[in-house]
Structure formats: C-alpha cells, structure tokens
Design a protein around this ligand. Structure first.
Ligand code: DON
Length: 571
C-alpha cells in the first residue's frame, strides 16, 4: 500500500513532467557552474564553544588552512564539549576544496562491531531495551572521529597532526573551566556516570559534579591524542589505545575485538548536490538521511514560489514536504555499503513532482493516510561547526557521540568517552529510536554497518553569497538545516539564519513540533483550520553558520543565540 502510493506519486510526476501546474519554475539559472576563483582574504569560524573557535584561529595563524582548523576545532570540542562530540564518537564533513573547486564528503560515522547482536537491545518481551542501546559499552559503535581527523589532515591539511591537535592537547593538559552546559549534562547523567568507575573518576571527581569555575584537566585524553598525533590511525586503532578500548568494553559486557578497531576506515563519498532556485546545496549522502531528505524537500518546494505566499501556506507546504521526505527516510535509507537505495528515484524532480501533486492546497495530509507510526522528543547533544578560510576552503562538520554524554562509558586509561550511536540503528523494526525515528531493514544492525544519521553538514552556494551551515538536534537536524537554508535564500545574514525560529515534522508522530513563538496567532489559527496539531518543544539545536558575501567579499559568522557558549568570529 505504502509502495503503491509512492509509485502513484511518481507516475503522476512522470505524466505531468516538469510542465505540470505545480512543476518547478525556476527563474534563476543553475548555479552549478559557479567557479569560486575569488578568495575572502580573511577567515570565519563558528562553533559551539569559544575555546574551540579560538583553537581553529590559532592553527590558521600557524599557517594552517580550514582543514587543519577543522581538526583543531573538533579535537578541542572533544575536550571542552564532551557531552556532544569527541574522539569516542564520529562525524560527517562536507567540504569545499578551493584550489581544485571540488566538493568532498568525509564519512567518519561509527560502525557496528562484528559481534553485534540485535537481541542485546531487546527486553524479554521484545520491546526495545533503551538501557543497552543508550548506556554502557553495548550502546557504542566503533569510533570514527579519530580516523576522520587523520584523513582530513593527511589529504587536505597543510600542517602535521602534531600542530593541529596541539591546542586540544594543551587544553586537556593545562585545564579549562567547564561551561554550564557541560556541568548540567554531568548533573543530568550523574546516576549513569556512577555505574562505570572510569566515568565516575573522570566526570565526578570526589564523587560529585564539579563546581562552576573549577579547573578541569583530562590527562588521559591528552595522552590518547598525543598517540594519535604521533602515529596517525595506528595511534588509536591499534597498539596501546586499541587494547585499552577493547579491554574496557569487554570487561563491562561489550563485544569488541582488536580487528573491529583495525578494520575501521573513514570513507570519502560523493556528496548530495541539489539545485534550488539558483542555489547549489552540497550536503550529506547516506549513511546520513539528511541530504536526501533536504534534497527531496527542496525539490518539492521548488515547484512553489514561497516568497509570494502568506506564512500559513508557506509553512503548510514545508510541513507536507517534510512529512513525505521523512516517510521515505524510514523505509529506504541505511549504510550505502550494505543497502541498495533508490536514490535516483528519491532525488528525481519527477518523483518530487508526484509528491507535490499529492499535497492538498489547504489541508494537512494525515500521516496515517500514508503509513504506520510512533514518537519521542529529540535532545540537543551533538555539535556542528563551520569554517571558511582566507583561500575560500570551506568545512561543515557535524560531530556526535549521540545522546547526552554518549554511552556515559569512559574506557579506563584512555579518557575516551564512548558514543551511544547503536540506538541510531532500527534495532526493532518500526519501533522509534530515542528521536522518534522509525526504520526498517535498510537500517537494521549488521556487523561492520554504519547506523543511519540525520547529520546534515551543508554548503550552500548562491548567485552572490555562500553559506556553511549545520546544527545538532537528532531528527530535527534535517529540518533545522532546511529552514536555515531557506532563511539564507531569503537573504538572512549569519545571525538571522542561526536565530531563525524553527518547526519540525517527521511524518510520525503526526504533529508539528514548534519552537515557542515560531508562528503568530493568525498563522497558528490558519494552520489549525488546515488540520495541523502542534507540540511545543525545547531545546532547538545549536546552529553555527559562516556566510561569505562574495559581492563585498566579507565573511560573517554566528553561533546560535539560543546558547551562551558558542562563538562565531571573523578575523
Ligand atoms: O547521527 C545522528 O543523527 C544522531 N546521533 C545525532 C544526535 C543528536 O543530534 C543529538 N542531539 N541533538
């Protein structure tokens, strides 16, 4: 039934072609040929923590480029923002290499160990076991971040890892004052941290949450980073660190082998590229669902002139496009090395034409008319940073340990806080994960497979301006980035794009999640009459954006005003 509906939509698209009533009418010529020969001559970095942004600038000042700065920012975040990302997790990077005018995507996503067993994540009654999928060693995938950093430094950086990792190592050795978000995360996860001795020793010194203003050091992680700086991949994926990781995981009930670690590789993949009204959007391919969903939504929306619509109708069309893209996410997407995905269909303008035809002009389509359901609230841990350097190199990286403080499991002697990314698999078919996302066989756990992500680091090249953009937010990453792109297309500067109020629909649950104040009363009334229901939700991500106005050749960087600790800076 689901599939039949989808093919019907596709067929209508084919019949109408691009000249149908709602077909794409794009007055602005394609921008895909834009050559970025221009250089900004100065740099912009926006990240979730001021120390990380400054680490990036420090490495630029030493002669590094945006890629070296990215290694510095990511590794510093591993020390100062461990609740969101770190070397025990993974990331996805969308990058533009100025010298060769090339766009690349680096997949440093975690993977399941060879001994993965779906039964470990089930209660005896067959319901999902949220404890094993979100806490402790079973919840952790094999980390991808160290391999990703080594890959970026080796292939695109100008400096040795010893230089780009230096600020993180120094911060870990000399110490820093944890910000209120980190202290709050430790407070929130105190009970879980106490379950694992190395976690308690690291995050609860003297058995309690550190006080605001305390200086905090991370010598074990400094040592692990030094081995990475000295030996590259083998400094983490074999030798001392690998042995300590395997020993710690297995003695606490996990099933990792040295071979799992030695076989991990960062992978370069072709990014998803979509053209929306003359803007070229370069974004994340599977194993993220983000780029496919953003492309599908923009393809649907490109058949409407949103700028001519009242707010309620514009929002209505955006929600309906989101609903349809998330339905496909649930069914089709997974690790491209394991699943064949109908990407040609999902990304085709004809398919989008068909989906557009199924949207009623003034009425919500109940998701139940399209397929089955469920849901939960997303959190806000994971991090995104954006960089443009003086030569016009660009990096968008979203990095994560998944939920707050990941698995809360620190591997003894390494300082490495492991991720809890296994929950991003569809561990039980059609039962929601912690972000309410459903999944099918395409995203079922398998040995060596990468779990589907929503991370959507993106670069948007318009006729006159370029943006590097992304955000954390679980499943809402996709819609936050989409809305950020639309705000940029509408002319927003970096602050306006980051501050833009947000809403989200993910097919199931069939409700529009809203940031308080996103719609005025008249818009809410009009949308209610169309059949929408709303749910207030907090928090809403942590967007970090850098924009390059190529007419004035000025950069503009902003960190989400919803949070106090980020820093967007141009220099
Ligand atoms: O890869 C993903 O989609 C998730 N692990 C991201 C988690 C996230 O954004 C958490 N909170 N904001």
């Amino acid at each position: 039934m689901k599939l039949a509906l989808r093919w019907q939509a596709l067929l209508i698209g084919f019949l109408l072609g691009t000249s149908g009533a709602f077909a794409a009418d794009n007055p602005i010529p394609s921008n895909h040929a834009v050559q970025l020969a221009q250089r900004p001559g100065h740099a912009g970095i926006a990240s979730a923590n001021a120390l990380a942004t400054e680490a990036g600038f420090e490495v630029l000042a030493k002669g590094g480029n945006a890629f070296d700065a990215a290694v510095a920012v990511a590794s510093t975040l591993s020390i100062v923002e461990p609740e969101s990302s770190g070397i025990g997790g993974g990331f996805m990077a969308t990058m533009h290499i100025a010298a060769s005018n090339r766009d690349v995507f680096v997949d440093a996503r975690e993977m399941a160990p060879a001994a993965v067993d779906a039964k470990d994540y089930l209660n005896p009654d067959g319901t999902p076991n949220r404890d094993t999928s979100l806490k402790g060693p079973l919840s952790a995938g094999i980390p991808g971040e160290p391999a990703g950093l080594v890959w970026i430094a080796k292939h695109y950086g100008k400096l040795p890892l010893s230089a780009s990792l230096a600020p993180a190592i120094r911060t870990a050795r000399d110490g820093f004052k944890p910000d209120s978000r980190l202290l709050g995360s430790i407070q929130e996860e105190q009970k879980n941290l106490m379950r694992w001795p190395a976690s308690a020793a690291k995050y609860l010194p003297d058995g309690k949450v550190p006080a605001a203003g305390d200086i905090w050091r991370d010598p074990d992680q400094a040592h692990t980073l030094e081995l990475l700086a000295q030996y590259g991949d083998s400094g983490f994926y074999s030798g001392e660190t690998a042995q300590k990781l395997v020993d710690a995981v297995n003695s606490a009930g996990g099933h990792w082998t040295l071979k799992d670690l030695a076989s991990y590789r960062a992978k370069e993949r072709t990014p998803i590229v979509v053209d929306y009204r003359g803007y070229k959007i370069i974004t994340a391919p599977p194993p993220s669902s983000g780029g496919v969903a953003i492309a599908q939504i923009l393809n649907i929306l490109s058949g409407f002139d949103l700028s001519q619509m009242d707010k309620a109708h514009r929002v209505h069309l955006e929600i309906e496009a989101m609903r349809r893209a998330f339905r496909d996410h649930n069914d089709y997407l997974g690790d491209p090395d394991f699943v064949k995905m109908p990407l040609d269909m999902l990304l085709s303008p004809y398919y989008a034409d068909g989906l557009r035809q199924s949207i009623l002009p003034d009425k919500a389509t109940p998701s139940s008319m399209l397929a089955p359901s469920s849901g939960q609230d997303p959190g806000m841990h994971t991090t995104h940073f954006s960089i443009i350097d003086a030569d016009g190199n660009m990096v968008a990286i979203t990095s994560t340990v998944n939920y707050v403080l990941g698995s809360t499991f620190v591997a003894q002697g390494t300082g490495v806080l492991l991720n809890d990314e296994m929950d991003d698999f569809a561990l039980v078919p059609n039962k929601p994960n912690v972000y309410g996302l459903l999944g099918s066989k395409a995203n079922a756990p398998e040995p060596g497979k990468r779990m589907l992500s929503s991370m959507s680091p993106s670069i948007v090249i318009g006729p006159d301006r370029t943006a590097v953009i992304g955000s954390p937010g679980g499943s809402t990453i996709i819609t936050q980035v989409l809305e950020g792109i639309l705000a940029f297309v509408d002319g927003g500067d970096a602050h306006q794009v980051a501050a833009h109020k947000r809403f989200h629909h993910q097919f199931m649950p069939d409700v529009v999640m809203v940031e308080p104040g996103v719609f005025d009363a008249a818009t809410t009334d009009a949308l209610t009459r169309m059949g929408y229901t709303f749910k207030d939700r907090e928090p809403w991500g942590f967007m970090n954006v850098v924009i390059w106005d190529r007419r004035s050749n000025k950069l503009d960087a902003a960190s989400d005003p919803r949070r106090a600790d980020g820093l967007g800076k141009v220099q």
